[in-house]
Design a protein around this ligand. Sequence first.
Ligand code: GLY
Ligand code: MN
Ligand code: MN
Length: 472
Amino acid sequence: MTATERPPYAGTRYPRLADVEAFRAWIAEGWDAVETAPDLETGAAAAAADHRARLSERMPDATIVAASGIAPVRNDDASYGFRADSGFVWLTNCQAEDAVLVMTPRPGGHDAVLFLPPPFRPGETGFFANAMHGELWVGPSAGLAEWSAALGIDVRPLAEFDAGALTGAHFSDSAARRLGVPASADLERSVSVLRMVKDAWEIAQMRAAVDASVAGFGATVGEIPRAIADGLGERWLQGTFDRHARTHGNGPGYSTIVGSGRHAPTLHWVRCDGPVLEDELLLLDMGVEMRSLYTADVTRTFPASGTFSPAGREAHDLVEKAHRAGLAQIRPGTAYLDFHFAAMEVIATGLHDWGLLPVSVDEALSPRGQHHRRYLACGIGHHLGLDVHDCSQAHYEDYMGADLIPGVVMTVEPGLYFHAHDLTLPPELRGIGVRLEDDVLVTETGSEVLSDALPIDADGVERYTRERMGIS
Ligand code: GLY
Ligand code: MN
Ligand code: MN
């Protein structure tokens, strides 16, 4: 055929494959069986069953509906990456998209049924025609029987789910969004409160997330010289950590923060689009989310040259002192906020000694003052787990107003954020941002800093930085 000739079928309407009889017959046959068991961590099914039992005990009479959710559409049939709803995952350890859990009360507990959209397999039109659930599009996927075997739960096709038959049920936020019904604040609160205490399986996931994150810090700090010398900047370090997180876990547990120099004081510097400057501080706030979806949340601040400036070291020393004061409060029986007050007292005193506060330390620390918070306006800790800010639907009295109990995993993360354009500061402090963030487990007798493989003292941070960067 020459360039000017047209084939006889040119000009006909683009064929819709589902309507083409010969194609349907041809593609329906000739496929081998494929292994599609879900890839679950050992112990995942038992942990989820235990979580359901705990919720059942707290809400014995409630019909409970939770959903994994659907990836938001980006354009046409391209979606943003799917990440299952954390409360749903806590109750099921199933990460299938568009799944719904129904827990129906019975004497002594609840019956649980998981409704799932079955994947379209060879022989079905959806196999080639459905971009969301067709295996030709998304790859071989676990079916209902495989999920049921893996999780030890009754699993039925989503088409059998009837929201209309569930009057009076408590719908989680994600189920409410999916079904267009009001959410149950009571259910969200209950799940948040229950998630505050991690069981042994969850603690193992958290340890793995922290360990993977610590390794990711090593990989990222090792790339600082290249980010500087080749002008690759913050983007390169962000990409380095995110690649590490994707390789060794599911991905970053939140938007990675890489802030060099004047970006370091910006609390959520997730733009990460600046240069990495050799003579400045580099703040890295990064966490790996494991494939179980549990995440770490760790921050260290590094001198990009390998040596702190005098002002940088002074700021780091004060944050370290506040950090240690906060960590010392973490044990069963202390009030959750004790770590906050202990760390803030150190910060306010230090800032006052530097002449930065317009009032006394006591006036600043009073609930009617808070002047020191100009340089530390964020919270300095939170529960951590399936979400970076875990258990966020718990009420004040369950969270900030509660006492610490064994099994809690939380961050402690004081900092100092001296913006480059803050005229209250002497020039040498402008553009300095320091945060130290550790992940801490409350044990029966005290606490364990899960992320203590990374140094928190300035000398240790310098040694670590130089070692990773290969300079002496
Ligand atoms: N990276 C978010 C936080 O530290 O809370
Ligand atoms: Mn945090
Ligand atoms: Mn953080």
